[in-house]
Design a protein around this ligand. Sequence first.
Ligand SMILES: Nc1ncnc2c1ncn2[C@@H]1O[C@H](COP(=O)(O)OP(=O)(O)OP(=O)(O)O)[C@@H](O)[C@H]1O
Length: 576
Amino acid sequence: MKLILKYTWRYKKYLLLSVLGVLGFVCIQMGLPTLLKYVINDALMGENRILLLQLVLIMLGVVIVGISGEICMSYANSRIASNVIRDIRSDIFIKTQSFSHGEYNEFSVSGLITSTTSDAYQIMLFVQNMLRSATITPIMTITGFVLIIKNNPQMLWTILATVPILLLGILFINLFSRRYSKAQQSGLDKINRILREGLSGLRVIRAFGNENFQEQRFSEVNDEYCIVSKKAFRLTALAQPGFYFLFNTIITLVIWFGSKAIGENTLDVGALSATIEYIFHILFSFLMLALLFTMYPRASVSAERIQRILDCDVMISENLEEGKTETRESGTIVFENVTFQYPDAEEPMLKNISFTVNKGETVAFIGSTGSGKSTLIQLIPRMYDINEGRILVDGIDVRDFNIKALRNRIGFIPQKAQLFTGTIADNLRLGNPKASQTEIEKAAQIAQASDFIEEKTYKYEEKLSEGGGNLSGGQKQRLAIARAIVKNPEIYIFDDSFSALDYATDLNLRTQLRKEITNATVLIVAQRVGTIRHADKIIVLDEGKIVAWGTHEELLKTSNIYYDIAISQLSEEELA
Ligand SMILES: Nc1ncnc2c1ncn2[C@@H]1O[C@H](COP(=O)(O)OP(=O)(O)OP(=O)(O)O)[C@@H](O)[C@H]1O
């Protein structure tokens, strides 16, 4: 509730407009029956035509004020609700941008999507109803009570007896529907997760003829969600007829006792008809409040989930204000006794890693799969923070950097090329929005991407589908490399980024890179010995430890692991 109020309170001007609108709305709801009483008792029964005309004109005025009030209220409420959902979504998005891999694992991508879409939507619905009911009900009740006491005090007991019953009913629903709401939202997370996996892995699923298994997985979580939703809807569906029953019983009782009072001449017709209207409006506003309370558990579960995301302490501090941005060195990397353990792992993945990379050097990492190569290079741009030791970039501990300044120095090309919806040029400009067309074309040429881009109908303005789905794996990797070149960083990190390229393209790309980016420091993770044999230094990793380092020629003599990898890939002549 704190979260909902915090976001709603930001729009005080609209809140004021909403309250003014409610006053107008109450004016019409309570004013008309009051005037009707005078119409019946004084104008009609007293056959006073002038009074009748005057009262009709006053009623018309009340209607105009009331309708204007209702328009103001609806306008203000919808503005507040739309702004609240926009603010919440944007805050979640900004927060998730600062998340490290650890937080993504904790909340799960599907959970974050559910919170940004469905949880935020639940809050919008609640805010819209809350703004209406939370102001209308108390104002309507107080005005109604005052008017009943004034006009027909003997009927006050009916409403006094009903309100506690209504409040009890609301409390009951609130208590029971909370756990269903929790289950509903976590069910939505599961649906989102399976849907994401199913859609993004559609080709693999088809290739393995796995459709039935996926359908079964989806229908299990879908059914689970359906069962919980049915229980939640049953509860609210039961509530509505209950409220209507109470509602109609009270009105019947009022008519019954009112008619008797008219027969005994202790009440007049106008007062009875006004009382029925007052009671109707009080009960109706309570009915709306009850509806709000049936929504509350779901909104409060959604608010809790959003609050958890917004309050989460990000493991990696970004140091945006106090972090260093300037350095004396450039293009150097030093690992000093680095030990790193994944947050949910039992043992350290990397143990006691030390090495130095000088400016302009090319250093490669090789080792069996799972030996920790990708983990090691991800520590440099601080995808994770280390547990022991130090990593220095340009002479500064990476944890002391302003994270943006640190990442600006690095062109990271991940194993899986990630492209975004937009044109090829948009994707290439990601690292440097100000890059000129010439710079983009030059980068594409170095990355061996210009040939296939030129073949496209719109060339650099060709639109890419989601994730670059209309490109081959090798084309995507070349664009990812070109994107890093456009950024012109002082350090390049290639995480097995050449794996989807054929041998000729791989060779041309590396030759061009060596020619064009002579000043930059380059780290390469690769499986192919051919890709890294010309590196200044090759580091061999095994089970998270450095087991050998040296040039290609040195390692062939000193490292059995390297020799075994090389012999499995190179011919006798290449080895000699
Ligand atoms: N997010 C993670 N959480 C926990 N463990 C992880 C995570 N990512 C990787 N690992 C584990 O760390 C180990 C090293 O993985 P890493 O990706 O660094 O190996 P690699 O040498 O790059 O392998 P490959 O050559 O196959 O890409 C693996 O055993 C892997 O299971």
